[in-house]
Write a new protein. Structure first.
Length: 117
């Protein structure tokens, strides 16, 4: 199973970016998908997650970020609006995947988001 993240870049404060993360491989089903981020010198933190039951967001991004999922493409998106300098981080996607060998969590390679103030 592989997760390929894309969409990061440099944007001015107040701008928008859309991250994508496509899953591929021997996937029977995906139970949950999400986005984490890690800023320099800080711990990795959950940004948003999505399951069949709904979505959750970190308090710092609620109202600005929207997570969505295209099950036909096994892809998760993160629409980021009203970006702030403190959103600068490497963003990682993750998926809880069910394969023929059981359930495992997989991570993408990370995509850099830089917000200039």
């Amino acid at each position: 199973v592989q997760l390929q993240a894309s969409g990061g870049g440099l944007v001015q404060a107040g701008g928008s970016l859309r991250l994508s993360c496509a899953s591929s491989g021997s996937i029977r089903s995906i139970n949950a998908m999400g986005w984490y981020r890690q800023a320099p010198g800080k711990q990795r933190e959950l940004v948003a997650s999505i399951t069949g039951g709904g979505t959750t967001y970190a308090a710092s991004v609620k109202g600005r970020f929207t997570i969505s999922r295209d099950n036909t493409k096994s892809t998760v998106y993160l629409q980021m609006n009203s970006l702030k300098f403190e959103d600068t981080a490497v963003y990682y996607c993750t998926a809880a995947v069910h394969t023929a060998w059981g359930n495992s969590d997989y991570w993408g390679q990370g995509t850099q988001v830089t917000v200039s103030s």
